[in-house]
Design a protein. Structure first.
Length: 325
């Protein structure tokens, strides 16, 4: 690889699209760039910042072309802003760019600097619009099968539905891909209550923003498209006063009724739940049940249970902390 100067590729996350939510560093990177490259829709989001820039617009499925274009310009000393909506590292251009760079033999000390500039992803911005649905464990799954086999996507959907994660579905539907969201719903209904809350957010923080609350059973009737993110709650998520909230679990430890914050009987602030790891290990060792019985009771792999039971009971020392447990 040869270079005629010290080029730079800046992988810029634009956030949801409104310039009110564009970070200062993202704005500065675009100002610094000689060339701005991106999907045409993303370029439009920052069109007021592009005076005097060389602008290269690419189609939706031309991610590798965008990365190659950025690399070619950086090789001759250009500073390039390669823009993605949301965060460049979450279904964005960071991954394809590094694939192209590594195939070309690039290393961090080879004369072309690469900077990743984070932006708020769709799950953050959509969650902010509907309440606090991500307060407990969550994950993101893309329903696009353009690059990922459907059985892989289906296994991931089944695993997280079974494990009771809150889930953000990216790329749920397009003009050509209409059935994937129906299959996702079908898989979730095998594990979740049909009344599980669902938020449908389209074009978050953009002029055509639209928010709809529905249920897992009825989500197929919602207006879902390529610019939509679907947030599916877990078994504890609720909607109240137009806000979707997933409890963190404070009620398991504290008597929150009536404004109290006292620990419940058997619980202690700053220590794991009585049903936390130490409590659970003590309980299963004392149960007298087989690994198979315990695996069925706790919905955990029998091999894992057997390994735990085969070890002497050694409990971690509890250390108080201030991490809002």
């Amino acid at each position: 690889m040869t270079s005629n100067g010290t080029g730079k590729i800046m992988l810029v996350g634009l956030g949801p699209g409104s310039q009110d939510y564009l970070t200062a560093r993202a704005r500065a990177a675009i100002a610094e760039a000689d060339t701005v490259i991106g999907y045409a829709t993303y370029i439009r989001l920052v069109k007021t910042l592009l005076d005097g820039k060389e602008v290269v617009k690419k189609a939706m499925t031309e991610e590798l072309d965008r990365a190659i274009e950025a690399f070619d310009r950086a090789k001759v000393g250009k500073k390039v802003a390669l823009v993605s909506s949301g965060d460049a590292g979450v279904y964005g251009m960071a991954g394809p760019t590094f694939e192209v760079l590594f195939q070309a033999g690039w290393t961090p000390d080879s004369g072309i600097e690469v900077e990743i500039i984070p932006g708020a992803s769709a799950l953050n911005t959509c969650a902010a619009l509907v309440g606090a649905p991500l307060t407990h464990d969550f994950c993101a799954i893309s329903l696009s099968d353009l690059l990922t086999p459907w059985p892989t996507i289906a296994r991931r959907l089944d695993a997280v539905a079974y494990a009771d994660f809150v889930v953000a579905l990216y790329n749920p539907k397009s003009g050509r891909r209409t059935r994937q969201i129906e299959e996702a719903q079908r898989i979730f209904l095998h594990h979740r209550d049909p009344q599980t809350p669902v938020a449908i957010v389209k074009s978050a923080y953009r002029p055509k923003q639209h928010i709809e609350f529905t249920t897992l059973e009825n989500m197929g009737e919602a207006d879902i498209g390529m610019l939509t993110t679907v947030l599916i709650g877990n078994s504890h998520t609720f909607v109240k006063h137009g806000l979707m909230v997933t409890p963190r679990g404070y009620a398991n430890k504290y008597a929150v009724e009536g404004g109290s914050s006292a620990a419940r009987a058997g619980e202690k602030a700053g220590h794991s739940l009585s049903s936390g790891l130490n409590g659970w290990l003590t309980a299963i060792h004392a149960s007298g049940k087989s690994a198979a019985e315990l695996a069925d009771e706790y919905r955990l792999p029998e091999g894992y249970i057997a390994a735990v039971l085969s070890e002497p009971l050694e409990l971690d020392e509890e250390i108080s902390s201030s991490d809002a447990e």
